[in-house]
Write a protein that binds this ligand. Structure first.
Ligand code: PLZ
Length: 454
């Protein structure tokens, strides 16, 4: 049985930009697909929404029952330039007609070079750089560690509390949270060490001590416990994504960077969630003038096609021997063409500026909601990467149930949101930058009603 799609099931910005819920959520067609799913897919694959997609574009996702949802998730920070963005569709379509794959390791092609040249130019740092392409964020993080080990000859990797770096063996090990990511999947990879994150809202002695104390503990871990000459790399998200949009206390990341520089430890910025215009800069590292040795990108890079990259200092990237790095699909030509379309869209529509504007609007809406409820402990983030951490009123105790109930309210009323945080108590907002102002306002009105109904 195949579900018949609604007639308007063509995505992109021409999709009617409306919120419309005309069935129960999920509707009958989504329910039919859910029954097929239960019989065909394993339980370990979970989805946060119960509706199945027919088309998406601009600021909406339309489901197979014809309901139109305002999208505050962008497929987990991927469709930053909008779903089916015109330049992405045009470039990818043209590429699909030429060749779909040759394998860059077998017969190379120009679109790969163009993506690499662009990232070499755009990433922080005036030095000579190189870029290698991969398929997923996990794969790229894993390869960044391979480069760092090859270049330094050292084994250890230092990561932080609340980090998310992926689901492969090494990157699952680097990820902090046990459930759902690690539970039952060990043993884990060796030589991964974890330092506290400078998380101002939850720093025990108060936010004003956060940067200095977190840095002291980080330095102690490396200098006293691991040994600085054993550490290949420190891998850090400039704003932690899955961890709950934690913006490290000001000054912490620059101190970490200087510490690494003095000890020959490579600084790897995992910009998989923050990179490519999301925070109002090409890279979130720029907000604190951080110049990482290696930058990892994925998600927003190719507008929804699987593409990831490691960009870094030429001498580090050239340390891995010829043939030591690769993969059958890495840097697929259709995904590369899509990435070139993403760069076009960002420039053409000043999406860095748009990320700032959307972010300011979201913060304003959230502050208004916070004034009417006791459960918003903190509003934080940068650009179009904004979150609200929910707590039991009058405390900082995580309020997971409030997140679940607001999320459910939003979904039933035509707004798709995502959650995050080690305690699952963070609502995160990642609208596509193609979101019209009025739709964003409408989404936050629905969100406010969700809070009011708690
Ligand atoms: N690094 C900073 O945010 C992916 C995870 C979804 P992949 N985040 C979404 C899930 O539950 O698996 C992510 C990230 C950061 C690495 C990754 C991993 O990227 O493309 O999912 O492998």
């Amino acid at each position: 049985m195949t579900t018949t799609l609604p007639a308007h099931a063509v995505g992109g910005p021409d999709l009617p930009q409306v919120r419309r819920v005309s069935t129960a959520v999920p509707g009958p067609r989504s329910n039919a697909l859910a029954r097929r799913r239960a019989a065909a897919l394993p339980a370990g694959l979970a989805s946060s929404a119960e509706v199945y997609v027919a088309a998406a574009g601009g600021g909406v996702v339309v489901d197979v029952d014809g309901n139109s949802f305002i999208d505050l998730g962008s497929g987990i920070a991927v469709t930053t330039v909008g779903n089916c963005a015109p330049a992405v569709v045009a470039r990818a379509t043209e590429q699909l007609r030429r060749y779909t794959h040759t394998c860059f390791l077998a017969t190379p092609y120009e679109p790969y070079l163009e993506v690499a040249e662009t990232l070499d130019r755009l990433t922080p740092g005036a030095f000579e750089k190189r870029t290698a392409l991969f398929n997923t964020g996990s794969e790229a993080v894993e390869n960044a560690v391979k480069y760092a080990r090859a270049a330094t000859g050292r084994p250890a990797v230092v990561v932080f509390d609340h980090a998310f770096h992926g689901r492969s063996l090494l990157t699952m090990t680097m990820t902090a949270k046990n459930r759902p990511y690690k539970h039952g999947f060990g043993p884990f990879a060796p030589e991964v060490y974890r330092a506290p994150m400078a998380y101002p809202y939850r720093w025990p002695s108060g936010p004003e001590h956060c940067a200095a104390e977190a840095f002291a503990q980080f330095a102690h871990l490396i200098d006293a416990q691991i040994g600085p000459d054993q550490v290949a790399a420190v891998v850090v998200e400039p704003i932690q994504g899955e961890g709950g949009f934690i913006v490290p206390a000001a000054g912490f990341l620059p101190a970490v960077a200087e510490f690494c520089r003095q000890r020959g430890i490579l600084l790897v910025a995992d910009e998989v969630q923050t990179g490519i215009a999301r925070t109002g800069a090409w890279f979130a590292s720029e907000h604190e003038a951080l110049v990482p040795d290696l930058v990892v990108t994925a998600k927003g890079l190719a507008g929804g096609l699987p593409l990831a990259a490691v960009t870094g200092r030429a001498e580090v990237m050239d340390a891995a021997h010829p043939g030591g790095i690769g993969g059958t699909y890495s840097g697929n030509p259709v995904a590369c063409a899509a990435a070139l379309g993403v760069f076009d869209e960002i420039r053409r529509h000043d999406l860095l500026g748009r990320a700032h504007t959307l972010g300011e609007q979201m913060v304003t809406h959230l502050r208004a909601i916070a004034a009417t409820t006791g459960v918003i402990g903190e509003i934080r983030g940068r650009g179009a990467m904004i979150a609200a951490e929910l707590v039991h009123p009058g405390t900082t105790d995580p309020h997971h149930d409030a997140v679940t109930s607001v999320t459910r309210h939003c979904q039933r009323h035509g707004v798709l949101t995502l959650t995050a945080g080690t305690h699952g108590n963070v609502l995160r907002f990642l609208p596509p930058l193609s979101m019209p102002d009025d739709l964003l306002t409408e989404a936050f009105t629905v969100l406010g009603e969700g809070f009011a109904s708690l």
